[in-house]
Design a protein around this ligand. Sequence first.
Ligand code: FAS
Ligand code: PHB
Length: 386
Amino acid sequence: MRTQVAIIGAGPAGLLLAHLLHRGGVDAVVIETRSQDYVAARIRAGILESSSVELLESVGLGERLRAEGHEHRGIYLQMPGERHHLDFVDLAGRSVWVYGQTEVQKDLVGAGTAEVHYEVTDVALHDVDSARPYVTFADSSGAARRLEAEVIAGCDGSFGPSRAAAAPADFFERVYPYSWLGILADVAPSTDELIYAWHPNGFALHSMRSETVSRLYLQVPNGTDPADWPDDRIWGELATRLGDGEDGWKLTPGPVTDKSVLPMRSYVQTPMRHGRLFLAGDAAHIVPPTGAKGLNLAIADVTLLSRALVEWLKAGDTRLADSYSDDALRRVWRCTHFSWWMTTMLHTSGDPFDAQLQLAQLRWVTTSTAGATGLAENYAGPPIGF
Ligand code: FAS
Ligand code: PHB
C-alpha cells in the first residue's frame, strides 16, 4: 500500500487530520486497532473551545454541532456556601460549547473523507528517519500489510507505538494523587452551565451532554474500584460536594448509564517530531481533564500539522513542518499549565495549608476581574496557532 501520509489512530486527532489533508489535496490512510463501533462509543471529552468550533465549522463539520451543541457563556466555581459565575464572554470575549467527543467522532466518520482500516494489529513504524518511512501491520483478516508513505502521523494516543518511535525525546510527567469517578446519567442537568466545586471531601464537577443527559465527576483516591461506588453513594456525595440544598438549589439524581474511573496525569513529549514522524494529540501530550483541554489540544495540533504537510507535500515548502513542534508546543505548555493549575486549585490533598491556599486562589478568581479574566482566557482558549 502507498500513500502520502500514514496516520496511526482513528480518534479525533487522526480522523480530523485525514479530513483536513483530504481538503488540502493530500492523500492519507488511517490505521486503527479498535473497531469503528468501539472508537465511536468511547465516552471522553465534552467541551469545545470557540476556536475548535470555528475550525470544525470552517471545514464543513459544524452543522450538527451548531444544531445540537450548546453554547455556554461560562462556568460556576463553588466553595461551601458560595457559588460564583464566571462569564467568559464578558471577561475574554469568547464562549465554549458543550458537544461530546463522541459527537465530534460521529461527524468525522460521517464526513467520509478518511480511508480507515479498523481492527489492525502488530503495528510497527519503520525508517522514520529516512525519506521512505513505512508502517507494517496485520489487517483485520490477519494478512500482513506494508504501508509506504512520505510522512507518518502518530495520532495513536497515550498507549500507541508512535511515542516510542519518536525517541530519543524528552518527556515531562506529573502523576496526580487522585482520580475522577465519572458517570453518565439519564437525567436533565441540574444546572445551566458547568459547576466546578471545591469541597473538603474532594472535588466535584457537574457537566452535561444534552438537555436529558448529565455528566458528573467526583474526585476519588487512585485505584478506586467503581464497584465500590453504588449509584446512591455517588449521588449522595455529589449532592454534598455540589451544595445540594444551598440557596434552594437541588441536585436531581437519575439512572446511571456509565461509570468509570479516570486517573489524572500531565505528560508532554518533546519534540513532537522525529524525522518524518509527527506526533499529534494524546500521542504527544496528556492533560488532566479539569481544564477541558484534551480534545481541544488534539484539534489544534492537527490544524497546524495539516497546514504544514499540505505546504510540504503539495508545494515543497518545509518551513511549517520544520516549525510544527515548536508551534504546537506553545499551546501545549499553556494548556498543560492551565490544566495543572485548575487541578491543583480544586482537588483536596488533605493538607490544611493546601486547602487554605486553594480557597485563597478561588476567592481571588471569583472576586477579582484580573483573576477571573486569567481563568476565562485560558478556559475559553487562545486562538489556534497563537
Ligand atoms: P485518542 O486516544 O482519542 O485516539 C487514539 C486512537 O489510536 C485510539 O482510537 C486508539 O485505539 C488508537 N491506537 C492506539 N494504539 C494504536 C496502534 N498501535 N495502532 C493503531 N491505532 C492505535 N478530555 C477532555 O477534555 N475532557 C474529558 O472529560 C476527557 N475524558 C477522558 C476520559 C478518558 C478515559 C480518556 C482516556 C481521555 C479523556 N479525555 C478527556 C482526553 C481525550 O478526550 C483526548 O484528549 C482525546 O481523545 C485525544 O484524541 P486523540 O489524540 O485522537 O487520542
Ligand atoms: C465533560 O463534560 O466530560 C467535561 C467537562 C469539563 C471538564 C472535564 C470533562 O473539565
